[in-house]
Design a protein around this ligand. Sequence first.
Ligand code: DAK
Length: 259
Amino acid sequence: MEFQFILVDPAFHPHIALVKLNRPKELNALNLQLMLEMKQALAELDENDEVRCIIITGNEQAFAAGADIKQMESRTPIDLLKIDQFETWDQIRKTKKPVIAAVSGFCLGGGCELAMTCDLIIAAESARFGQPEIKLGIMPGAGGTQRLTRVVGKALAMEMVLTGRFLSAEEALKAGLINKVVPDEIYLDEAIKMAKEIAQMSPVAIRLAKESVLKTFDTGLQEGLNFERKNFYMCFASEDQKEGMKAFVEKRKPEFKGY
Ligand code: DAK
């Protein structure tokens, strides 16, 4: 898969794909083209039966320092309306396979919002998370007020959004924004380790489970429970459920096929 601003390896490891943001001089600032490429890459990886888990990463200096300010500077509201970047972000959010963000360095604004659309976040000790849009005279526009608040709570979200303060990786971990902090040298290895664990599971169960967890953000408890139940029943329509339980009884490792 050839792109201008991202590097994509669908077979980075068995069943694991890697998407690397590749605008190092601009600290991986997210321009429109990069986001369109991200949307296309994730859609293609979602369709690829060999891929069971996707890792998105940047480089040591930056996961992404936000949307491209130079590209946004002269935009009018009508430009924004016509471009309708929200459609791109919505599609990215709808990726069905599990996505892990492997974060080092700056993870700011749209970069932090992109990481939050991922299902799991592994961070290097040097990672810094923030929503500094307020310092530019704007506010977060891709989930930074909504997703962040649901995850870290009102007090911290309000502080981050109104003052633009960055969180260290440790603070982000304590706040529940991320899953793990590891030494800088191994943040990608740690993401791969987690991806390998996920890739061993039944892709059907993984998909249904991800969908069910995400449902929490959109529904009340009873509706969410009903949704969970339907997905739970659905697991029993898969060969993988038979294989998983048979393997347990036979005291061996299951071999999941994804149907
Ligand atoms: N955009 C464009 N260029 C950027 C950039 C950005 N967000 N961040 C850094 N760069 C560029 C710098 O301009 C510089 O380029 P040159 O001057 O060398 O040409 C180069 O990257 C290196 O940056 P610095 O020289 O500034 O490096 P430092 O280490 O001194 O500082 C920094 C690193 C991350 C603290 C600093 O660069 C910084 O404050 N960057 C801006 C961070 C920020 O404000 N981010 C939020 C941007 S607004 C939406 C979706 C999303 C969004 C909006 C709408 N829709 C769906 C509609 C999101 C909005 C945002 O993210």
